[in-house]
Design a protein around this ligand. Structure first.
Ligand code: F6P
Length: 323
């Protein structure tokens, strides 16, 4: 293995730079040439390739976002687009590819590796935590902390004005961010895609909890079956004529920020592991973490199987709701 390419793809996530740093430094340690691909799959096709050295990754471990850039690529969906990648890789002598992203990004890498001799390793980089086979994805812990700090601020103003707030969090079709942030902020209710939302039950829960409290916070996963925070608020509002109801969509602040300790160590360990796997001839694997051990998962499983949050945690919210 003489030359390894690394790219970031899909929604960026805090910790991606720590992973890039670990990949580049590990390559250099093992005498392998690291090549950074700019702007994800667009860069793969357009040949935006930069050989990287130590200075290229100095002082980035704490930076959110990705120094390589990320982009979704329509051209990559075409055989002609992928043929350009094959030609580029052959021209540059690239034998291995590390993709830092989500399942959509891994699918692209898997397709590519079916059309050329290429070893691929996936690193789970997404704030959604929706990748099968790993307890955490790079960026998830930081996003959880961002949501927690934002909702704590909303609680201040909700309590001051005796208001009911519906707060929408990201997660695409998964409820990991919503469910676990709801526990951390003491939310009165949480709505996630993995369980059917019953508006009547929600109204009853809010009425019950409001007796003793000056505020209610309902965390709404953006992928919930009953809609986002605004939709839910509109459905609930008629039942609370004497209350101020507000909705806040946290949006893309959940994607930024300096990665937490957890994400930095996860990204660093995963980046080193990915290079060592390729160096030793492995391929078509995703690197994950379970019980604080780095593990590997067949890439196809990571792509095809679904990660489901522990919905039994919803009972915690019920037990802790003020009666
Ligand atoms: O996958 C990460 C994510 O932030 C999702 O949680 C969210 O639904 C999506 O990306 C937003 O995509 P975009 O950045 O293209 O708006």
């Amino acid at each position: 293995m003489k030359k390894i390419a690394v790219l970031t793809s899909g929604g960026d996530a805090p910790g991606m730079n720590a992973a890039i740093r670990a990949v580049v430094k590990s390559c250099l340690h093992y005498g392998i040439v690291p090549v950074g691909i700019r702007d994800g799959f667009d860069g793969l096709i357009n040949g935006w390739y930069d050989e990287m050295d130590y200075p290229a990754v100095n002082n980035i471990i704490h930076l959110g976002g990705t120094i390589l850039g990320s982009a979704r690529s329509e051209a990559f969906r075409t055989k002609e687009g992928r043929a350009k990648v094959v030609a580029n890789f052959q021209q540059h002598g690239i034998e291995g590819l590390i993709v830092i992203g989500g399942d959509g990004s891994f699918t692209g890498a898997h397709v590519l590796s079916q059309e050329m001799e290429l070893k691929v390793i996936g690193l789970p980089g997404t704030i959604d935590n929706d990748l099968y086979g790993t307890e955490a994805t790079i960026g998830y812990d930081t996003a959880l902390n961002t949501v927690m700090q934002a909702v704590d601020k909303i609680r201040d103003t909700a309590s001051s004005h005796n208001r009911i707030f519906f707060v929408e969090v990201m997660g695409r079709d998964a409820g990991f961010l919503a469910l676990n942030s709801a526990i951390a902020v003491g939310a009165e209710s949480v709505l996630i895609p993995e369980t059917v939302t019953d508006i009547d039950q929600l109204v009853s829960d809010i009425k019950q909890q409001n007796k003793g409290k000056r505020s209610s916070i309902i965390i709404v996963a953006e992928g919930d079956d009953a809609g986002g925070a605004l939709d839910i608020m509109k459905q609930v509002r008629p039942h609370f004529p004497n209350y101020d109801l507000r909705a806040t969509v946290l949006g893309h602040i959940q994607r930024g920020g300096s990665p937490t300790y957890y994400d930095r160590q996860l990204a660093t360990r995963a980046g080193v592991k990915a290079v060592e796997l390729l160096k030793d001839g492995a391929s078509h694997l995703m690197v994950g973490i379970r019980a604080d051990e780095m593990v590997t998962v067949p890439l196809k499983e990571a792509i095809e199987k679904q990660a489901i949050p522990d919905v039994s945690k919803e009972k915690l919210i019920d037990v802790l709701r003020t009666k």
